[in-house]
Design a protein around this ligand. Structure first.
Ligand SMILES: CC(C)(COP(=O)(O)OP(=O)(O)OC[C@H]1O[C@@H](n2cnc3c(N)ncnc32)[C@H](O)[C@@H]1OP(=O)(O)O)[C@@H](O)C(=O)NCCC(=O)NCCS
Length: 189
């Protein structure tokens, strides 16, 4: 049995090891301990310039402290920054309404047991309770297995060059158009 819960202090380095798996070799250097430090300081709710990021972990139900998988989801910080001229209320709405699954990884030994799917479901359920309307994820354009994995879980693959469009303050705002080497998948929640 596996349980999904918010990360807790003491799990920082185990989560960080999975962050490196999620990002591949480059990410390890780029993050350099940031996740571990944030989790050790405050657990799985990470305060951000807008709202908070959530680190969910999959752990054995026996509470042995092992971390079998992790997911990090957060508001679209760059987009919210770009909407500064539309005012604080609009930025607040964006913070609540849209979230990105930035990182997801399951330890190799624990794959194909449904843990990745459980992490995604738990993120969706948590965000739904916070009035989030749209979840999206960016996947490397040539990573066919992972693109297929999300599609089988109801995520819609946007055509390249077609941005996610949401209405903000009555006008359409487009972002994440899949022209940066990553494809974009979206799921209403
Ligand atoms: C992508 C990833 C997160 C999937 O994690 P996972 O825990 O293996 O995912 P699941 O077990 O939910 O699904 C994997 C497959 O196992 C199958 N499966 C699920 N439960 C199962 C079970 N109890 N018994 C046998 N097979 C099962 C699923 O059907 C699924 O196959 P499908 O995609 O054809 O539907 C994992 O492969 C990973 O960490 N990859 C490296 C990092 C990465 O690419 N991250 C994503 C970047 S955005």
């Amino acid at each position: 049995m596996v349980r999904i819960r918010l990360a807790r202090p003491g799990q920082g380095s185990a989560v960080e090891a999975l962050v490196a798996v999620a990002l591949g070799g480059d990410g390890e250097v780029a993050l350099a301990g940031a996740f571990a430090a944030a989790i050790e300081a405050g657990g799985g709710r990470i305060r951000l310039p807008y709202g908070e990021g959530l680190v969910l972990v999959a752990c054995p139900a026996d509470d042995s402290g092992q971390v079998l998988g992790m997911l990090y989801v957060c508001p679209p910080i760059r987009l919210i920054d770009d909407c500064a001229d539309l005012g604080r209320q609009v930025q607040q709405r964006l913070t609540e309404a849209v979230a990105e699954v930035e990182l997801l990884a399951v330890a190799e030994r624990a794959r194909r047991r449904g843990i990745g799917g459980m992490l995604l479901d738990a993120a969706r359920d948590t965000l739904r309770g916070r009035s989030c309307k749209l979840l999206y994820v960016k996947v490397r354009h040539d990573d066919k297995p992972v693109l297929g994995w999300y599609r089988r879980r109801g995520y819609q693959l946007l055509p390249q060059g077609q941005p996610i469009v949401i209405r903000v303050a009555g006008r359409p705002v487009g972002f994440a158009d899949g022209t940066d080497g990553y494809r974009v998948l979206v799921k209403p929640i």
